[in-house]
Design a protein around this ligand. Structure first.
Ligand code: NAD
Length: 606
C-alpha cells in the first residue's frame, strides 16, 4: 500500500490547432497588457502589444543568459513573459519569470514538457543546478499543434523520448501515486503511437497531436513528483559536457531503466513490448534515434568522472539492454495456427494459453534446462497418477487453480452454499449407506454426529438428494492412500430423506499433509511451503432439478484455517463442530467427549 499527499500542480492549458492566435486573449485573461516575448529567430510569432523580444535562446539555460534576458524584460516594463519554442525558450522564460516575479505563458514547439513543471535547470561553470518553486510554473500553456509540424523527425524523436523519460521516471518516483501513474501510462501510449506516426509522415496532424498530448501528460506526471537518477545523469552530462539535452535523454533512458528491478512492467505493457528497457531501446532504433553517448561526442575517458558505470558504460557503447528479444512473431504464428479451430471456445482458450505461456517464457527469460525440468516435473506428475492417486489435481489445488476455477464457476450464485474444491481423493460411486450408520466404526478418533439438510434457496427440503461424503482418518490419511487397507473407508453415499436430511456417525476430521512423496510435495518442500490442509469433511451433493454442489465443511478452531495449502477455506464453510458429553441424538452410548455438526446446504435450481 502506498501513502501519499497529492495536489495537482498544473498551468491552465489551451490545446489545438492555430491556438497561438489566442495569445492576446490569454495575456488579457491574466490581467496583463505588456507581454515580453522570448522566442528564437525561428519562431516568428506575431504578438500584438509585445513590449520587447529576446531571441538569444540557448540550451541548458546559462545563468548569464537568464540575467541578460531578465534585464532586457525589466527595461521594457513588461508585466508578463510569453515564451515560444522548445525547452530552451521555456527555460529562459522561466528564468525571467523567477527573477522578476512575472507570470509566464509558454508556447512549446517541442515535446520537452518543461512548460508544465515548476522546475528550472540553470547552468553555471559547467554545472547544471535545478530548482523547483511555485513561481517557476508557467501560468498558462498554449499548445499549438501547427507549430510542431515542421519539427524535424530526428528532433521530434529525441524530444519525444525526452518526454517518455519524464513518464518513466514519474512511474518509479518515490512519491508517485495512482493519478500520476495514470498520466504516465497514457503519456507513454500516446508518445509511442505519435512518434511512430511522425516517423512515417512528419506532417501527420493526428500523430503530431498525439505526441504533443503525450508530452503534456508526461511533463505533468513528472512535474508532480520528484525526479530520479535518469534526470540526474542527463543534467550532469548536459551541464558538464554540453551534450544535447533530448539526445542525451534518448540514449540514457533504456540504460537507466535496465538497472531497475521489474517495476517498469507498465512501461512494457504500454509499449506492447516484452521487456521495458529493451522495448524502449527497440523503439528508439525503430525511430532512427541515437543509441550511444559515443555518437553524441562524449569521450570514453569522461565516463569515469560521471560515475554510475552500470548505466553509463552500456549507454556509451550503445549496447541493447539485456532483456529478452522481441519474439512476438513466434507467438503470432502459433496463435494463427489455432485460428481455424471449428470450436470457438477451444480457439479462445488455446489462444489465451499460448499468449500467456509465451509471455511467461519471455518475461522470465526461461532457460532450456529450466524448461526441461518443468517437462520432467509434469512427466513425473503423470507417471505417479492412477485411478487412486491424482497428482494433477493436487498440482492444480496447490497452485490455487482449482479454487480459481471454482470461484469463477460458483461465485455467481451468492445465495447457494459456497463450493470448495473436489480435491484429489474423491472416488466415484462410494458405498451406499443408511441414515445413522457409523462410517468410523472401529476406527480411532473422536466420534462425530453429522446432521445435515439439503434445501432449495427458499428453504424447501430437497428429498432424495444424493449426498457423497468422504474424509481422512484420525492420522490424516484417506483410504486410497493406505496400501494395506482393503476397500473403501470413511466414504459413503447417502440419500436425503423426505425432510432433506442426512444423519450419520463418523469421526472428527483432523488436519493432514497432502502427499509429500510425489512431485507436488517436492515442489512445496522446495518452496518452503507447509503441506497441510485444514480439517474438513467433503460433500458432493446432486439432486434432480438442482445444480451440483461440491463443498467442504471446515472445523472451526482447527489448524491451518488461514493457510490451507490448497486455498480451499471459505469463511461461510467454517462451522462449529460442537463438543458434547452425555446422551446422543440416536441413543447410542459414547464414552467421553463426542462432537456434532449441524448444517444446511442450499442448492440452486437449474
Ligand atoms: P531546444 O529548445 O533547445 O530546441 C532544440 C532545437 O530545436 C533548437 O535549435 C530549436 O530552435 C529547434 N526547434 C524547436 N522547436 C522547433 C520546431 N517546431 N521546428 C523546428 N525547429 C524547432 O530543445 P528541447 O529539447 O526542446 O529543450 C531542451 C532544454 O529544455 C534543455 O535546456 C532542458 O534542460 C530543458 N528542459 C527543462 C525541463 C524542465 O522541466 N525544467 C524539461 C525538459 C527540458
Amino acid at each position: 500500500m502506498r501513502s501519499f499527499v497529492f495536489s495537482l500542480r498544473t498551468p491552465r492549458v489551451v490545446f489545438g490547432r492555430g491556438t497561438v492566435a489566442q495569445l492576446p486573449d490569454e495575456v488579457a485573461a491574466l490581467g496583463k497588457q505588456r507581454p515580453f516575448l522570448v522566442a528564437g529567430e525561428r519562431h516568428a510569432v506575431a504578438l500584438p502589444g509585445a513590449v520587447g523580444r529576446f531571441t538569444d535562446v540557448v540550451q541548458h539555460t546559462p545563468v548569464e543568459a537568464g540575467d541578460r534576458a531578465a534585464e532586457a524584460a525589466n527595461a521594457t516594463g513588461a508585466d508578463c513573459v510569453v515564451s515560444v519554442g522548445g525547452g530552451s525558450a521555456t527555460g529562459l522564460g522561466k528564468a525571467i519569470a523567477a527573477r522578476l516575479g512575472l507570470p509566464q505563458i509558454a508556447v512549446p514547439t517541442t515535446y520537452a514538457g518543461s512548460e508544465v513543471t515548476a522546475v528550472l535547470g540553470e547552468t553555471a561553470d559547467g554545472v547544471k543546478t535545478t530548482r523547483r518553486a511555485a513561481e517557476i510554473l508557467p501560468a498558462t500553456v498554449v499548445y499549438d499543434v501547427d507549430l510542431t509540424l515542421g519539427l524535424p523527425v530526428a528532433l521530434s524523436v529525441t524530444s519525444g523520448i525526452n518526454a517518455l523519460a519524464h513518464a518513466v521516471e514519474a512511474l518509479y518516483a518515490p512519491d508517485a501515486n495512482p493519478a500520476v501513474d495514470a498520466l504516465a501510462v497514457e503519456a507513454i501510449r500516446k508518445l509511442a503511437a505519435g512518434l511512430r506516426g511522425i516517423a512515417r509522415r512528419p506532417d501527420a496532424v493526428e500523430a503530431r497531436a498525439a505526441a504533443l498530448e503525450g508530452a503534456w501528460l508526461a511533463g505533468l506526471a513528472l512535474g508532480n513528483v520528484r525526479m530520479g537518477l535518469h534526470h540526474e545523469l542527463c543534467h550532469l552530462l548536459g551541464g558538464t559536457y554540453g551534450l544535447p539535452h533530448s539526445a542525451t535523454h534518448t540514449v540514457l533512458l533504456p540504460h537507466a531503466m535496465a538497472i531497475r528491478d521489474g517495476e517498469l512492467r507498465r512501461v512494457a505493457d504500454a509499449l506492447g513490448a516484452p521487456d521495458p528497457a529493451a522495448g524502449v531501446y527497440d523503439l528508439i532504433t525503430e525511430l532512427g534515434g541515437p543509441t550511444s553517448l559515443r555518437e553524441l561526442g562524449l569521450a570514453e575517458a569522461d565516463l569515469a568522472v560521471a560515475g554510475h558505470p552500470e548505466v553509463l558504460g552500456p549507454a556509451w557503447a550503445g549496447r541493447r539492454p539485456a532483456g529478452t528479444p522481441d519474439f512476438h512473431w513466434l507467438t503470432d504464428e502459433v496463435v494463427a495456427s489455432f485460428a481455424k479451430a471449428p470450436d470457438p471456445r477451444l480457439r479462445e482458450l488455446m489462444t489465451g494459453l499460448v499468449v500467456h505461456l509465451h509471455r511467461f517464457a519471455n518475461d522470465h527469460d526461461l532457460r532450456q534446462d529450466e524448461w526441461e525440468k518443468a517437462i520432467d516435473f509434469l512427466t513425473r506428475t503423470g507417471q505417479i497418477s492412477d485411478a487412486k492417486r491424482q497428482e494433477f489435481v493436487l498440482l492444480s489445488d496447490t497452485l490455487g487453480v482449482s479454487s480459481m476455477v471454482d470461484l469463477l464457476t460458483n461465485s455467481r450464485t451468492p445465495d447457494t452454499t459456497p463450493s470448495a474444491v473436489l480435491g484429489p481423493f474423491y472416488v466415484p460411486g462410494p458405498p451406499e449407506a443408511e441414515h445413522g450408520d457409523d462410517l468410523g466404526a472401529g476406527l480411532p478418533g473422536t466420534p462425530l454426529w453429522v446432521d445435515v439438510a439439503v434445501t432449495d434457496l427458499d428453504g424447501t427440503a430437497v428429498a432424495d438428494a444424493v449426498v457423497d461424503v468422504w474424509q481422512s482418518n484420525k492420522d490424516g490419511f484417506y483410504d486410497v492412500q493406505l496400501k494395506d487397507l482393503e476397500g473403501p473407508s470413511l466414504r459413503a453415499r447417502f440419500h436425503s430423506d423426505a425432510e432433506g436430511r442426512v444423519r450419520f456417525w463418523t469421526i472428527l476430521p483432523s488436519e493432514y499433509p497432502i502427499p509429500g512423496d510425489g512431485p507436488v510435495g517436492q515442489l512445496l518442500a522446495a518452496a518452503g511451503r507447509h503441506p497441510y490442509r485444514a480439517p474438513h469433511l467433503h460433500f458432493l451433493i446432486t439432486a434432480a432439478g438442482h445444480k451440483r454442489l461440491v463443498t467442504q465443511l471446515f472445523v472451526d478452531g482447527g489448524a491451518y484455517l488461514d493457510s490451507d495449502t490448497v486455498f480451499g477455506v471459505k469463511d461461510d464453510l467454517i462451522v462449529d463442530f460442537a463438543p458434547q458429553e452425555g446422551p446422543t441424538p440416536d441413543g447410542r452410548t459414547v464414552e467421553g467427549e463426542w462432537r456434532r455438526v449441524d448444517y444446511t446446504f442450499r442448492l440452486a435450481t437449474v
